[in-house]
Design a protein around this ligand. Structure first.
Ligand code: SF4
Length: 373
């Protein structure tokens, strides 16, 4: 079997590790480019969300490289994700790729379904080998996310802009290529120490901006046009709760044990939204409410036409928690200069807002209900 996968941030790294350990060939398409997106846009139904188009482009590129089966998330969610695998399979067949669509349910049977799928594609490998490979893959994911959390802090205060990114890229490569589980901790520590030793502006008190929204566009730098890197260049520290390692921990393990790790976020959203609306919409509202006092501002990243995030976007201006929110809608029409202009204006606004209480002491009450979209 030659299994093709779509991209979503660094998710190819744990997948490559798991498949390699089990001796199954994985076809990782080239990193997403304009061509990938153009392919997806050309063959996707008009009006589908960006993750559909982009992952379709990835799967076409994987088929071009000889994949005979492709992997896509599925399930019975209440947004378009539940149609992804079925529709993409049909499109790939129409294009002449006689592939098998391998899908795993991200709404029910998550862990069991995923492990059963891995067992199948690995030609019935023993469970002990599967668990060990899975464990190694997830450990790499956690290591990458731990380094990225440090990167978020360092980018904002590094004296030589771009150094943290360079180290991050090196760490991604090193962790991707690592074949010994035992060495992972040492490599992770080394890179975190390297980041700690970088020249930084120790007097800086960077703005803290939370990134919330739909998981794919939040975690896929191609989709959000390197939003976090650009914020780092503007001296902003990124705060984000969404990480693939956390998602897998919460959704695959704790949820299977009946532990709801999103309870705190859902509770915060309750006064404004009382139920799941699909995707990450409920969480987006909760995150805004929860972090309103901790962050200087929030950037809400959402694919254009994404139903759950559209619901969240429309609720946010009416929450009583006062924090500026900039919504960035991602689609194939989005251009980087436009996004940068909006980021710069937003950051200026946040700087002004930080200074303002000192300039106009006693007037804070006038601003509590404002949101910026
Ligand atoms: S959450 Fe939004 S972007 Fe993601 S699959 Fe659902 S509709 Fe599409």
């Amino acid at each position: 079997m030659r299994v093709g996968i779509p991209h979503a941030g660094n998710i190819y790294i744990p997948l490559r590790t798991i498949f390699k350990e089990l001796g199954t060939e994985l076809v990782v398409p080239p990193p997403s480019t304009r061509r990938t997106l153009d392919l997806g846009v050309r063959y996707a139904p008009e009006g589908t969300c960006l993750p559909f188009k982009l992952t379709l482009g990835n799967l076409i590129e994987a088929c071009e490289l000889g994949a005979d089966s492709v992997l896509q998330a599925g399930g019975i969610g209440i947004c378009r994700l539940s149609y992804y695998a079925k529709v993409q399979k049909q499109i790939l067949h129409d294009l002449g790729y006689d592939i098998e669509m391998l899908t795993f349910d991200v709404s029910q049977n998550k862990l069991v379904g995923l492990l059963q799928l891995i067992k199948r594609v690995s030609n019935n490998s023993p469970w002990s080998k599967i668990i060990s490979a899975f464990h190694f893959g997830l450990a790499k994911l956690a290591a990458l996310d731990n380094i990225e959390k440090v990167i978020h802090k360092v980018r904002a205060v590094e004296l030589e802009k771009g150094t943290a990114n360079k180290i991050f890229k090196e760490s991604i490569k090193a962790i991707d290529e690592l074949s010994e589980h035992a060495a992972l901790k040492k490599i992770t520590t080394e890179y975190i120490e390297k980041l700690g030793q970088m020249a930084k502006d120790d007097r800086a008190d960077p703005l803290k901006v939370g990134i919330i929204g739909e998981i794919f566009v939040v975690l896929d730098p191609f989709s959000n046009m390197d939003l976090e890197v650009e914020l780092g260049k503007l001296g902003v520290e990124v705060k984000r709760s969404l990480f693939f390692s956390q998602w897998t921990k919460f959704s695959l393990f704790l949820n299977s044990l009946g532990i709801d790790e999103w309870k705190r976020v859902h509770k915060a959203a309750m006064p404004y939204l009382k139920r799941d609306v699909g995707g990450d919409g409920w969480e987006s509202v909760g995150e805004k409410v929860l972090h309103a006092k901790e962050y200087d501002g929030i950037i809400h990243v959402a694919p254009f036409t994404c139903m759950p995030e559209t619901v969240a976007q429309n609720i946010m201006p009416s929450t009583k928690e006062d924090i500026p929110v900039l919504t960035i809608l991602c689609d194939e029409q989005m251009a980087k200069p436009g996004m940068l202009t909006r980021l710069e204006a937003f950051v200026d606004l946040l700087k002004f807002r930080r200074r303002r209480p000192k300039l106009t002491s006693g007037t804070r009450g006038n601003r509590e209900n404002l949101s910026w979209h």
